[in-house]
Write a protein that binds this ligand. Sequence first.
Ligand code: HEM
Length: 248
Amino acid sequence: MQGCDASVLLAGNERNAFGNVGSLRGFDVIDKIKATVEQSCKRIVSCADILAVAARDSVVAVGGPSWTVSLGRRDSDTASEALANRDLPAPSLAVTDLITRFAAKGLNLTDMVALSGAHTIGQAQCKNFRTRLYNEANIDPDFAMLRNASCPQATGSGDGNLAPLDTTTPNMFDNTYFLNLQLNKGLLHSDQVLYTLVGGATEDIVDGFASNQDAFNNVFAAAMVKMGNISPLIFPQGQVRRICSKAT
Ligand code: HEM
């Protein structure tokens, strides 16, 4: 995790960081897109740009907002597991630590809450929410019971079992993620901490998005543009890879 330079696509290294190993997938999809682009246009479109456009189009495909992706990012020729371990926020973090991590990348509180709303789609592995299920008080009891069924308490058992991050509409991009937080139905500790102190700064933002889907869509789209502009490599830095998983 160096910036928006597709370092995460290189085989090994960053892909093995604690938050990525056993979790990231879909590399084959990016490789296929890249192979098709290469057929008509050799070494012009970077893997970093392909990833940014694919992220935008995926959000649109599940009902979310669109935004303009500025292009011209170049690809790194290295990736670092250590850097990813240092910079990727863990789901066990407290809200103050999350704020610090996002601020270090130039993302403010509103950006952070909106971007966390990406958890309106997708899934998480049991090992990433077990502690919350069995040790936290601010969890809806029925929701906890539902998730306990496929996430046993014993470490090592069912670690990879998946549960939806948004229990209401797991495959739709909408604002139910925020409504769930209001009901103590956030799956990850790092989700629910956005709504632990009612009247606090992040809580107000959650309330705003929970009551206004358009506001969430607009702020999310703007924050994705901002995140997509974090430390890109611009010509003459970097390269345009031929295959996204290889630096040559
Ligand atoms: C606030 C800091 C964040 C933390 C601590 C965090 C943590 C996590 C964790 C632990 C998972 C589950 C991974 C697994 O169990 O395999 C996950 C999934 C996911 N995260 Fe985040 N995340 C954060 C922010 C973001 C942001 C900013 C985005 C994008 C804008 C995002 C998008 C996603 C998506 C789409 C999934 C589902 C992936 C899938 O189903 O394959 N997350 N996140």
